[in-house]
Design a protein around this ligand. Structure first.
Ligand code: VOV
Length: 249
């Protein structure tokens, strides 16, 4: 019988993409813009405190291209906390000038494909816990896309035995490891939560590495036979100190 693999699930994740309503932003008075900027800084400082306390993490990037202007990625221990921070952002003065473009809800996920050697449940290991509740890197670039595992005819991930899936993911991980120090990946599971099965969030110092890793992985069987991909968002880090300059008109 084909069995599902057991997953280890960590923090809840929200990718939130917004555009700036540049027309109303330009029409707003200097005072209103300052009020909006101050509300935004206050929120960022609040998120930083949560991160310092290791109760969540966040990332803020500008998006290149017309799909959005900003991409937030939030991680929190519960779905309620994600919703609270989303609502708080929506109620802020800044949000009066932001247009929601897209969102993606998922959960940091690791699969237990490898058998534990000494009977230790991997979920109890501190290094695994750190990966389930990660502090996101503040690297220069981000890339986000959702994906599915194929279920068409012979190319059906969900009729493969667990060992076969584990082998394909092991091959996949060998490609991934070549990018150590260049690309950091966060896989978030979204089966039953959002429209695709997984979200893939990559961070890199050099955006060319996104193209290189995704291209190279297309030739791994886990992707070439069993991967289906959605849309891509790519962007550059927006540090707190650079927010005012980004919004300056
Ligand atoms: C940056 C490098 C990198 C590395 C080292 C890496 C390693 C690993 C390992 C060891 C494992 C299996 C156990 C686990 O940890 O869950 C995975 C799992 C997974 N991956 Fe991966 N992956 C990387 C990177 C990486 C990328 C760039 C992609 C997108 C694929 C592409 O073609 O665009 C991806 C996808 C996934 C997915 C969707 C899963 C879950 C599949 C499932 O069916 O359960 N992944 N991945």
């Amino acid at each position: 019988m084909v069995e599902a693999v057991e997953t280890m699930d960590g923090w809840y994740s929200l990718h939130d993409m917004r555009s700036v309503d540049w027309i109303s932003w330009k029409l707003a008075s200097e005072e209103e813009r300052e009020e909006a900027l101050a509300s935004f800084h206050k929120l960022i400082e609040k998120w930083e405190k949560v991160e310092e306390g290791k109760n969540g993490s966040h990332a803020l990037y500008t998006v290149v291209g017309q799909k959005a202007d900003l991409m937030f990625m939030f991680l929190r221990p519960t779905m309620e906390e994600l919703n609270e921070l989303e609502t708080e952002l929506n109620k802020s003065k800044m949000a009066e000038f932001l247009i929601p473009e897209h969102s993606y809800v998922s959960i940091i996920e690791l699969a237990k494909y490898r058998k534990s050697k000494d009977g230790v449940d991997p979920e109890t290991l501190p290094e695994v816990q750190a990966r389930l509740k990660p502090i996101l890197p503040k690297w220069e670039h981000i890339c986000f896309y959702p994906m599915n595992r194929r279920r068409i005819g012979e190319e059906n991930w969900y009729t493969l035995e667990s060992d076969a899936r584990g082998k394909l993911l092991y091959e996949h991980s060998k490609t991934g490891r070549k990018y150590a120090g260049k690309v950091k990946q966060y896989i978030t599971g979204s089966i039953g939560i959002d429209d695709w099965e997984w979200g893939v969030t990559l961070f890199a110092h050099d955006p060319l590495e996104f193209k290189k890793i995704v291209y190279e992985m297309r030739f791994d069987e886990a992707s070439s036979r069993y991967g289906e991909f959605g849309y891509f968002f790519v962007g550059n880090i927006l540090k707190k100190e650079a927010v005012a300059a980004f919004l300056h008109v």
